[in-house]
Structure formats: structure tokens, C-alpha cells
Design a protein around this ligand. Structure first.
Ligand SMILES: NC(=O)c1ccc[n+]([C@@H]2O[C@H](COP(=O)([O-])OP(=O)(O)OC[C@H]3O[C@@H](n4cnc5c(N)ncnc54)[C@H](OP(=O)(O)O)[C@@H]3O)[C@@H](O)[C@H]2O)c1
Length: 300
């Protein structure tokens, strides 16, 4: 059986390396992006370009979207010249963006009415995970449909979890974001605390990252904070967006999320202070300002 042709819409920090990994794995890939340069880059890499989401979809068996937010995904999939207009009956959309869980469920319903399958398949693992093909992918959708597309998912990630029906991938991702954002924020608090106490920050890092604080957030985000390196990666504005979805969904599901509500506010301040396009570690700058304008990482 020949490889499925994949339409890929949204060739940004995450989408571009994922699309390239699909090309490397032998899939024909037809890419579309709002700005043209990333499309040209994909064509140079061995893909094909498309002028609209509909054109990419018309040439494909399955379309992957990796876009900023719920509104953009709805527009690209269901809007004029959208993906749904280009796909045939029985073909599929895999949305790898982080969007609101209820919006993912509604999208699935709308597409089913058009005879198109939908999987919400948000990811965790960051830009490095996208480049290395080691992402954790959280998939919501019909089991048979997910099984049919496992070859694609396994090209992009290392941990593929079928979480349940449509929307459950985004519920899982919201859970991921509320956990990881709290961890990032509290690592920042720890470093600001140590700085204010006059401690040697390198010694603090070495000691606590070797003990019960050991882990990806301390190693990765903690190091970036101490180095004053807030290059994205993952924009602070996207973390705020993800937490907005999580807090909103928590209200709907009746889940108390008091710590996430505070983290959400701190990311709002991160954006309002002008750091929205910096990595999600820039939340430490809000705490630095609250401490009177200190500079833990020597980056300002
Ligand atoms: N970065 C991470 O570490 C990470 C990790 C996990 C999940 N995510 C999620 O993955 C998604 C993408 O993140 P990212 O970091 O790759 O974002 P990004 O770099 O901003 O990429 C988004 C891409 O979508 C394109 N786009 C925007 N609107 C469009 C439209 N209407 N039609 C076609 N293309 C459009 C943008 O094009 P332009 O060039 O015109 O802006 C850009 O290339 C987000 O939902 C994010 O929350 C990101």
C-alpha cells in the first residue's frame, strides 16, 4: 500500500519540523502556511506547496493542522477555502494544535456531518521533540480511525496515547499545561527567593536539581531562567492561551483549579509586560519586577 499523502497546514516552530520528518519518512507532503516563506522552505526540502488549506486538502488523504488557537483552527478547517472543502468522504483531519476541548468536540461533530474523520492530537515535548520526532501525542477520536493513522503519529512522536473519544486529547493537553505551567512558575519563584536571600544560584540549582526537584522542568526551563535565555521555543502568549482554555474548561467540568488561576494571571502579566513573544520561562520576569526589578538571569 502506498503512503498516504499528507496536507500540512501551519508550518511554524512545531509544524515545520514535523512536516520535514514526514518528508524524511517518505510521505508525500503538501504544505500550506499563512506567510509564504515556510511553504518555500518545505518545497525546497522535498514537499509540495499549496496556496490555500483547501488546495492542500484536495491533494491529500489526510490533513494535519498545527495552528495558534481555536479560532484559527475553526477558520482553516471550516472557513472559506478551508480544509473541509478539499477533503473527500472518509478522509481525515488530525489537529495537532492546542485548542479548547469543547471546540475540538464541536469540530469533530461538524466534520462527521460532512463525512470527514477528526482526531484531536495535541503534543508535548517542545520544539526539540518536534525536531527529533520524540513528541508525546495525546489523541482523541474513534479508535479505528486512530489505528488507521498510527503510522503517521509514530513518525512524529515516541509516546502515542489514545485518550478516548474526540476532545479527550485536548482535555489531556489542558491537564498537561496546568501541571507544567505551575511547575515552571514555582521554579521561577524558587530562584527569585534564592536570589533575594543572597544565595549562590548555581549552588542552589546543583543541589535541588540533584534531589527531589529533579526533572525536565528544572533541567530545561530552570537552566534557561538562570542563563537569562528566553528565546522561544514556546511563546508565553501561547501558555496564557492554553491556560485560558484550561481555566474555562475547568468551570464547565466543575474542577477546582486555584493554583492554575493564579498562574494564568501571572502569564497575563507576562504578556502585558511585553514578554508574550518570549519563551514561557519569561514568567520569571514578572516575579523579578514584583521583587523590585531584580534580574536573576542577567538578561535585561
Ligand atoms: N512551540 C511549542 O513548544 C509547542 C509545544 C506544544 C504545543 N504547541 C502548540 O502547537 C501549535 C503551534 O505552535 P507553534 O509554536 O508552532 O506556533 P507558531 O510558530 O506560531 O506556528 C503557527 C503557524 O501557523 C501559521 N498560521 C497562522 N494562522 C494561519 C492561517 N490562518 N492559515 C495558515 N497558517 C496559519 C503561522 O504562519 P505565519 O508565518 O503567517 O505566522 C505559523 O507558521 C499551538 O497551538 C501551540 O500552542 C506548541
Amino acid at each position: 500500500m502506498s503512503a498516504k499523502t499528507i496536507g500540512y497546514v501551519g508550518l511554524g516552530i512545531m509544524g515545520m519540523p514535523m512536516a520535514k520528518n514526514l518528508v524524511d519518512a517518505g510521505y508525500p507532503v503538501v504544505g500550506h502556511n499563512r506567510s509564504r516563506d515556510p511553504v518555500d522552505e518545505l518545497v525546497e526540502y522535498g514537499g509540495e506547496g499549496a496556496g490555500t488549506p483547501r488546495e492542500a486538502a484536495a491533494k491529500a488523504d489526510v490533513v494535519i493542522t498545527c495552528l495558534p488557537d481555536s479560532e484559527t483552527v475553526e477558520e482553516v478547517v471550516l472557513g472559506d477555502d478551508g480544509v473541509a472543502d478539499g477533503l473527500d468522504d472518509g478522509e481525515a483531519v488530525i489537529d495537532m494544535s492546542t485548542i479548547s476541548p469543547p471546540v475540538a468536540e464541536a469540530l469533530a461533530d461538524r466534520l462527521v456531518q460532512k463525512g470527514i474523520h477528526f482526531m484531536d492530537a495535541p503534543v508535548s515535548g517542545g520544539e526539540s521533540g518536534a525536531i527529533e520526532g520524540t513528541l508525546s501525542i495525546m489523541v482523541g477520536g474513534d479508535e479505528d480511525v486512530v489505528d488507521d493513522h498510527n503510522d503517521i503519529l509514530e513518525t512524529l512522536g515516541e509516546t502515542i496515547t489514545h485518550c478516548g473519544e474526540s476532545g479527550t486529547g485536548q482535555i489531556t493537553k489542558a491537564c498537561n499545561q496546568l501541571v507544567v505551567s505551575g511547575m515552571i512558575e514555582v521554579v521561577a519563584e524558587g530562584f527569585v527567593f534564592a536570589h533575594q536571600a543572597g544565595a549562590d544560584l548555581d549552588a542552589v540549582y546543583d543541589a535541588i536539581s540533584g534531589g527531589s526537584c529533579r526533572g525536565f522542568v528544572m533541567d530545561h526551563h530552570g537552566t534557561h531562567m538562570l542563563d537569562g535565555d528566553h528565546e522561544p521555543g514556546f511563546y508565553s502568549s501561547y501558555m496564557y492561551k492554553d491556560l485560558s482554555y484550561a481555566v474555562e474548561a475547568a468551570k464547565e467540568y466543575g474542577a477546582p483549579v486555584p493554583t492554575t488561576a493564579v498562574t494564568h494571571e501571572l502569564y497575563k502579566s507576562t504578556i502585558e509586560s511585553g514578554y508574550g513573544q518570549e519563551k514561557n520561562t519569561a514568567v520569571i520576569k514578572v516575579l523579578e519586577n514584583m521583587a523590585g526589578g531584580i534580574d536573576v538571569g542577567g538578561d535585561s
